[in-house]
Design a protein around this ligand. Sequence first.
Ligand code: HEC
Length: 195
Amino acid sequence: MRFNFLAAAVVAATFSACLVQPLAAQTAEQLTFIPAGGKSLLVNIANTKPPADELKALLTGKRSREEWVSYFKAHNQTVPALQRLSDKQRLTLADYLSFHMPLPSNQVPANLARTLPKDGRDLALDNCQGCHIITVVVTQDRTKTAWLGTMSTPAHAVIKMTPAERDELASYLVLNAGIPIEQVPEELRASGATY
Ligand code: HEC
């Protein structure tokens, strides 16, 4: 790990500042550079109005990530939105489905966006902005084991997340973090660039 004293100082400063007042929340627009999680990808597919039985099958199947990827391939004629996913998005969606499907109700809820459980991106935005800028997180390229290690350091073990949520967040970050600093809006670069 490259470690930069200045960056460490910035994290330390923002960390102590957060004891006094929370960091200013970033606007949704500033954060669009962070890739969509499985929930948004699934809602987008539902919005393309696939055949009802195809949508139901996505919400009620129980498969591993690899099985979901093959399932997408077999169904991409009937659900063209599946074809338009990039490789990374396909894995992110497959990962999400493997964590959360079948839905407990075993049917298609009326308001998907409201009903579906949080995805990895939601978990990152909800849990990883309280003490430092999200850039510190999403610019790191790490293995799943390394991410789980990061989340169990003394600074992070205190975060209220279940083991399942930590696992899901780590999986999302393996696929979607490691964002090059040039893709981060300038105002969010300060403390994330140099780890
Ligand atoms: C309770 C405050 C707090 C929250 C919330 C928090 N962090 Fe941190 N984080 C820190 C502190 C303090 C440091 C600098 C010291 C250190 O590295 O542990 C840090 C540094 C980091 C670093 C850079 C240092 C390293 O390990 O390479 C990463 C990556 C990181 N955090 C990831 C996360 C993730 C992922 C989340 C959300 C699950 C998160 N942080 C939420 C306090 C927090």
